[in-house]
Ligand binder design. Structure first.
Ligand code: NAP
Length: 896
């Protein structure tokens, strides 16, 4: 500690105390705290780090239990800010042990002379924001208080061990250890009877080594976990070669990846692979012994779709059954209640084989819960285990525990962080909290943190924060605080992101479910490291969007707003399209545009399998029209939905909405017949409308021939196809049939007016542009005809139409005319249900496997079509349907 920064000041006018004055105070001297200290010092800020332990290391200081290792490969798990540091350190193994990682952090601290600014054995006991001074005052349990302009929590996500929550722990006369607070001196277990409670990563790493020493080991398991063999050894040659060949490129790829390890995004989906191909991919991952690899590299839908995930989980279960000799024990060790990866999977060495040892017993707490800990051991509902040692591997009050529970933090206006977070953590970017000026968290709730390679996330967070502090200083700002609107927007974005992955479907420490009474919700950011980085950068590029900045001699700045209003996957798709810098589609000419759409469609993921696909033709008003029929795999006959594709009456064909038709066929359990109607400019208005009507009539008259259920058909369509579906309903009513049981209109064109706000709000940047719509209209319909209800159904008579489900998307030029149609139908007495999809764009629902967050919308559409057809509710296939089959998912309902 530098004497220069220690001063004497008056706290309350009466009491004199020594207060250390610094620009920035940091809590924690682990990975995050060390890098912060390095960067802050380099940026010229006076800094002190307060650390409870007597040395650096953070999580690697405390977690000294037998078998503790990292489970991100060590070549990926280190600082990258200084190439010379990277050159100066060599890891001995693929996964380094805790002592080696601790040595590394000590090496870093020495190399940059960091210890001199760290106050060890010092706990912060309270932190209070002083609005008048615009500084934080920290009291400590050891030495001077600290007055700082900025307060940064680098306290880690898994550093506050949770209490055992089992009656009688204090009565136990033997030895008690917590994996998260393992003693520094050797713990002798040889010849002893040991109990381990908990089978998360800490339990799974330590159990095989404890079993080797103990006379008897009883493992108390509440929830079985998926554990992958680490196959530890030398750093793998292939990964090292990649790094050595292009260190900068390798690190940069990690920074923009989803998980912070440079692996590509998978594009092949599970249903494109045969059983043998899937097994081959799985075996490769099993042999690789790499969690990030197995979590991301098998098939594209493994982490986002319950069905895709289940295929992987079952292959995993086979491995457990093969490894454990006693079938009953194997069954008890096999997880069924959560998707693979929704709960943190583990990396192990001999874990499953340990249960083949004669001295090891698995106690399945689902069958015999622990009743109490007694003086001599553990009593379950069925028996008593006398033991000499109990090891609690029961985990942590994760993400919020270290920030909130460690000491009271009082922000502006006396707000307490514990109260503000009583219903779950609220943050902006996972880095800041409204009402708590100049407080930052590194890897806080709302950041990718624990769902990523922590080393990569920590460097990004620290760089962002220190760069902001530097920029503030240069601009004369003294305080920074997130706005409530920005924070609420981040909460919405977090909730949207949580629908992207399956983490919401398991009760885990990610969701707070492991701590009784804790508010529940997915706490880490599930949108990925690269997208998160781009959002943080965008906040800066947009003038510190969502932050209030103030300073003694500069004007206050508040650029309020939400940083992400699009659904996260829509944002990715639109960014990807923007990066392609495509010319406007209309500039290709109509044939060029058709070729472009065909090429675009060919590159998208294949649709899901259905029972049968039949291509055929039917008589139209002026020659044959092609159709493609999608039949469900379930026994028929099924009701028929006549479907009209999108494409502005100009582009596309009966196959161009193939993924959507397949998906809806599976979800509704109905036949979809997609009709290839004639296109403009070769066939202008009213060709498409008349084709739609004629095709519907023919299909309704030939239901039996098509294998469909006799009775009314339904119609559906997207965009211009929605227009044709709506028009068909009006024509059917006016021309004596056919009977139509219901209409699904997805982002339909309903009117020729272009002056509704959505035409301006979403004129460009959301794929379907205003100028493209003008072009479509010009090619299809002359101005004189545009008020005809056969192209502007909003202008037609609306009474007596079939019930409708109308979908509109927030970021779509057609939004307002879709909403207007729904309102007008309602006013005309037509039963209408509406889905106004927040954060979605015109193509969200048809980009089936790219816009994952559109699933719930299609579930609603399918339910509506089934209702219209008089069928009982039954969503078939996919995430939502399987969700109900996963036991104990309190969160699923909430998320849904
Ligand atoms: P954890 O994953 O939360 O596991 C705790 C275990 O204790 C679970 O099996 C839990 O069962 C059980 N448990 C908790 N309370 C219990 C009770 N009252 N009665 C019976 N069983 C109880 O904690 P962890 O193993 O310490 O790991 C936490 C995280 O730290 C990991 O997921 C990982 O991210 C990180 N970590 C990483 C490494 C590494 O890098 N190698 C090593 C260790 C930890 P339920 O599942 O039923 O709640």
């Amino acid at each position: 500690m530098q004497d220069a920064v220690v001063a004497v000041s008056t706290l309350d006018g009466t009491r004199k105390e020594t207060v250390q004055q610094v620009d920035v105070a940091v809590v924690g001297a682990g990975f995050a705290g060390l890098y912060l200290l390095y960067r802050l010092r380099k940026a010229g800020f006076t800094t002190v780090t307060l650390e409870e332990a007597d040395d650096v290391g953070g999580t690697w200081y405390w977690n000294r239990y037998p078998g503790a290792r990292c489970d991100i490969q060590t070549i990926d798990y280190g600082f990258t800010f200084d190439p010379e540091l990277e050159g100066a350190w060599r890891w001995s193994e693929k996964y380094a042990t805790q002592p080696e990682i601790l040595r590394y952090l000590g090496f870093v601290a020495d190399r940059y002379d960091l210890r001199r600014d760290i106050r060890f054995r010092t706990k912060v006991t309270a932190a209070i924001w002083d609005q008048a001074k615009q500084r934080w005052l920290l009291t400590t349990d050891n030495g001077a208080s600290v007055s700082c302009r900025h307060y940064i929590m680098a306290t880690g996500c898994l550093s506050s061990p949770k209490p055992p929550e089992i009656d009688g722990v204090k009565n136990f006369k033997g030895e008690v250890y917590f994996t998260g607070r393992w003693p520094h001196e050797e713990v002798k277990l040889a010849g002893k009877r040991v109990a381990v409670i908990g089978t998360g990563s800490s339990g799974i790493q330590s159990i095989p080594l404890i079993a080797e020493q103990a006379a008897e080991l009883a493992v108390f398991q509440r929830t079985p976990n998926f554990a992958l063999p680490a196959h530890n050894g030398p750093v793998p040659g292939d990964r090292k070669a990649l790094l050595d060949n292009d260190r900068t490129g390798y690190r940069e790829q990690a920074r923009w990846s989803l998980a912070g390890v440079p692996y590509p995004q998978q594009t092949v989906v599970s249903w494109q692979l045969s059983d043998a191909e899937r097994r081959e991919r799985f075996e490769k991952a099993w042999d690789a012994g790499d969690l990030v690899y197995i979590l991301t590299q098998l098939w594209a839908d493994q982490a986002v779709d319950v069905d895709g995930n289940a295929l992987l989980a079952e292959l995993f279960r086979d491995k457990i059954r093969a490894a454990v000799k006693d079938p009953e024990t194997a069954e008890a060790l096999t997880p069924y209640d959560h998707p693979f990866g929704a709960k943190r999977p583990c990396l192990d060495t001999n874990y499953y084989a340990t249960f083949n040892r004669p001295n090891v017993t698995l106690v399945n707490l689902r069958q015999e819960p622990i009743e109490a800990i007694t003086t001599s051991g553990i009593k379950t509902g069925k028996r008593t285990f006398d033991v000499d040692v109990i090891v609690f591997a029961t985990g942590f009050d994760a993400m919020t525990g270290a920030i909130m529970a460690v000491h009271p933090i009082t922000g502006r206006g006396g707000k307490s962080l514990s109260e503000v977070w009583a219903n779950g953590p609220q943050t902006y970017l996972g880095l800041t909290v409204a009402g708590f000026p100049n407080l930052f968290m590194i890897t806080g709730p709302g950041s990718p943190s624990v769902l990523s390679n922590m080393a990569v996330s920590i460097e990004q967070h620290v760089d962002w924060v220190v760069d902001r502090l530097t920029a503030m200083r240069e601009a004369g700002f003294a305080t920074i605080e997130a706005t409530e609107a920005a924070q609420a927007g981040w909460a919405r974005h977090m909730a949207d992101c949580s629908m992207l992955t399956l983490h919401r479907l398991a009760n885990t420490w990610y969701t707070g479910a492991n701590v009784p009474g804790k508010a529940q919700g997915v706490m880490p950011y599930t949108g990925g490291v690269g997208p998160y980085r781009s959002i943080c950068n965008e906040v800066v590029d947009r003038g510190m969007l969502g932050f209030m900045l103030s300073g003694p001699s500069v004007a206050e700045q508040c650029n309020d707003g939400e940083i992400v209003r699009l659904q996260p996957d829509v944002r990715l798709v639109l960014n990807m399209l923007a990066e392609m810098k495509l010319p406007p589609i209309e500039s290709f000419g109509f044939q060029g545009a058709r070729d472009f759409v065909a090429q675009f469609n060919a590159s998208r993921p294949a649709g899901r399998p259905v029972g049968e696909i039949v291509d055929g033709s039917l008589p139209g008003p002026d020659g044959a029209l092609s159709y493609r029929l999608y039949r469900p795999a379930t026994p028929g006959p099924h009701p028929i939905v006549v479907y009209f594709h999108g494409g502005g009456w100009v582009l596309g064909d009966e196959q161009s909405d193939d993924p959507f038709c397949r998906d809806m066929c599976r979800r509704t359990g109905m036949i979809f017949v997609s009709v290839g109607y004639r296109h403009a400019p070769e066939y202008r208005f009213p060709a498409a409308a008349e084709d739609g009507y004629a095709a519907t009539r023919w299909i309704a008259e030939h239901t039996a021939e098509l294998g469909g259920q006799p009775g009314p058909v339904l119609v559906a369509g997207w965009s211009a196809g929605g227009n044709i579906a709506a028009v068909t309903c009006q024509l059917a009513r006016d021309r004596g049939g056919p009977k139509i049981a219901g209409q699904l209109l997805v982002c339909p064109v309903t009117d020729c007016r272009f002056d509704r706000p959505s035409y301006n709000d979403n004129a460009a940047g959301y794929f379907l542009t205003r100028s493209l719509m003008y072009w479509f209209w010009d090619l299809y319909c002359s101005p004189a005809d545009r008020t005809d209800p056969r192209v502007s159904p909003l202008r037609g008579k609306l009474a007596g139409l079939p019930p409708a489900f109308v979908v509109t998307c927030e970021f779509d030029p057609l939004r307002d005319e879709g909403n207007a149609y729904a309102e007008a139908l309602t006013a005309a007495g037509v039963p209408v249900e509406q889905l106004q999809a927040r954060g979605h764009f015109h193509s969200s629902f048809t980009m089936v496997d790219m816009v994952i967050t559109s699933v719930s919308g299609r579930v609603q559409m399918a339910e509506a079509l089934r209702r219209f057809a008089g069928l009982p509710p039954q969503a078939t296939g996919g995430d939502e349907a399987r969700r109900g089959q996963l036991a104990s998912h309190k969160l699923a309902a909430a998320a849904g």
